[in-house]
Design a protein around this ligand. Structure first.
Ligand code: SF4
Ligand code: SF4
Length: 376
C-alpha cells in the first residue's frame, strides 16, 4: 500500500545509503554531518559512510570534544560549530565583480546556487533557527534574493536528538529535542538493542522519497521506542531558561551591574555570533586586484561585537564591551520579539560551548532575573 504524507516506516541503518543516493538521483546537493578536524561539521556527503558513525560530542561552557561511542549511532551527538546557515547564508559570498573595459567597466552578477540543497541530520533547534532566518531574510519588505534561491526547494531530513549536550536548552525555547514540524522526512534513531530508524514523512515529497527506500512497516514498539528516546533526552537536559517574560525583564534591566561583570570576562571576539544559527548580520567589502583592473564586492558575516558594527558618522555608538554584550543579549532574547515576533534564540547552546571564556547565556539571564526580583 502506498505511503501517505503522515505515515511511518522503519529503515535499517544500511538504508541511509539508499537515502543519500535517492536524494542525489533527484538532483539535490546532499549535505550532512561528518567528523573533521576533531569536530562534527556539516559538508557535502558523498555517501552515508561519511556520517560520524560511532562518535559523540561532549560540551561544556568553553569546551567541545568528540569522543568514541560504544555503538554505531549515526546521529549520536548534539550539534557542532556549524549550522545550516553556512549553506543558506554563506560566511563569504561574492555579490558581483567588475572589470575595466577601455574607458568604462563591465559588471558580472553572481549566479545563485544551482542545485537544490538537501540537509541530512537537521535537529529540532535547527529547524527553529531556519524558520527564524526565513522570517528575517524572506519575511520583510526586503527579501534576500540569494538566501531565497538557496532556501527554495531545500529538502530537510531531520533527526530527533537523543543525545543533548550539557550546553543545550532547546526544551526551554520550545524547539526540541523531538521533530514536530518543518521537515520533509524525520528520523528517530533507535538504539535499544536492534539499531533502526523510525522514519516519518512530513511532506508529499518526503513521502515520495520514503516510498523509494527499502523499509518495513513500523510497529507499535518502534513508535513507542522513538517517543521514549525523545522523552528521555528532554529529561536529561539540565540547562533551562525562563523564557516567557525575557523581553520585559531585559528592557527594565539595561543598567544592571551584571553587564559590567560579564564585560570583565568577555573578549568581544564574536565567536558566539559566528556559531549562532540565527545571527544574520552581514557587511560588504570591496576588494580590488593589484593592477586595479578588477574589483569584487563580497558579503561577509558581521558581528555586533565588532566596534565598527555600530559605526555612524563620528564614531561607534557601542564602544565598550559592556554595551556590545548587552546589545547582543538584549537583541537575541528581547527586542527580537518586537522585530520578528519570536525569540532570536533556539537553545542550541553553541554560543556557550564555543565562547573561549565559557560565558553562558543561561547563567547571565538567570543572574539578571535573580537580582531583578531583589531590586523590584
Ligand atoms: S561572549 Fe564569549 S564568544 Fe561572545 S564575544 Fe564574548 S568572549 Fe567572545
Ligand atoms: S544565542 Fe546561543 S543558544 Fe541561542 S541560538 Fe544562538 S548560539 Fe544557540
Amino acid at each position: 500500500m502506498p505511503l501517505t504524507e503522515s505515515e511511518t516506516a522503519v529503515l535499517e541503518p544500511d538504508a541511509l545509503e539508499a537515502l543519500v543516493s535517492a536524494l542525489r538521483a533527484r538532483g539535490y546537493r546532499v549535505l550532512g554531518p561528518m567528523l573533521r578536524d576533531g569536530a562534527i561539521v556539516y559538508d557535502d556527503l558523498s555517501s552515508a559512510a561519511d556520517l560520524p558513525i560511532g562518535w559523540t560530542d561532549v560540551q561544556q561552557p568553553g569546551r567541545y570534544r568528540v569522543e568514541r561511542r560504544e555503538d554505531a549511532a549515526r546521529f549520536g551527538y548534539a550539534v557542532g560549530p556549524h549550522s545550516w546557515k553556512r549553506f543558506l547564508l554563506p560566511a563569504r559570498l561574492r555579490v558581483w565583480r567588475a572589470r575595466r573595459d577601455g574607458d568604462g567597466f563591465e559588471i558580472d552578477g553572481e549566479e545563485a546556487e544551482s542545485a537544490p540543497l538537501a540537509f541530512v541530520g537537521v535537529r529540532g533547534c535547527e529547524i527553529s533557527a531556519i524558520a527564524i532566518q526565513d522570517r528575517v531574510l524572506l519575511g520583510g519588505r526586503h527579501v534576500d534574493a540569494d538566501y531565497a534561491a538557496r532556501r527554495d526547494g531545500a529538502f530537510v531530513v531531520a533527526v530527533d536528538c537523543f543525545e543533548p549536550a550539557d550546553t543545550c536548552f532547546c526544551v526551554s525555547m520550545g524547539g526540541g529535542p523531538g521533530i514536530t514540524a518543518g521537515h520533509d522526512l524525520a528520523l528517530s534513531e533507535i538504539l535499544d538493542g536492534e539499531h533502526r530508524f523510525l522514519a516519518r514523512a512530513g511532506s508529499q515529497r518526503g513521502a515520495e522519497l520514503l516510498r523509494a527506500l527499502p523499509t518495513r512497516r513500523a510497529a507499535t514498539d518502534d513508535v513507542a521506542a522513538a517517543a521514549a528516546a525523545v522523552e528521555a533526552a528532554a529529561g536529561r537536559m539540565t540547562r533551562t531558561v525562563e523564557a516567557g517574560d525575557l523581553r520585559d525583564l531585559l528592557a527594565r534591566n539595561l543598567e544592571h551591574p551584571r553587564w559590567e561583570q560579564v564585560a570583565q570576562r568577555c573578549l568581544t571576539c564574536g565567536n558566539c555570533t559566528m556559531v549562532c544559527p540565527t545571527c544574520f548580520c552581514t557587511n560588504v567589502e570591496d576588494v580590488s586586484d593589484l593592477t586595479g583592473m578588477e574589483v569584487e564586492r563580497v558579503r561577509i558575516w558581521e558581528s555586533c561585537f565588532a566596534v565598527d558594527h555600530s559605526f555612524l558618522h563620528g564614531g561607534s555608538v557601542r564602544q565598550s564591551g559592556r554595551s556590545r554584550y548587552r546589545q547582543w543579549l538584549t537583541h537575541k532574547f528581547g527586542t527580537w520579539h518586537d522585530q520578528f515576533d519570536s525569540s532570536g534564540c533556539v537553545g542550541c547552546g553553541r554560543c556557550i560551548a564555543w565562547c573561549p571564556v565559557g560565558i553562558d547565556v543561561t547563567e547571565e539571564l538567570a543572574a539578571i532575573r535573580e537580582s531583578d526580583g531583589a531590586r523590584g
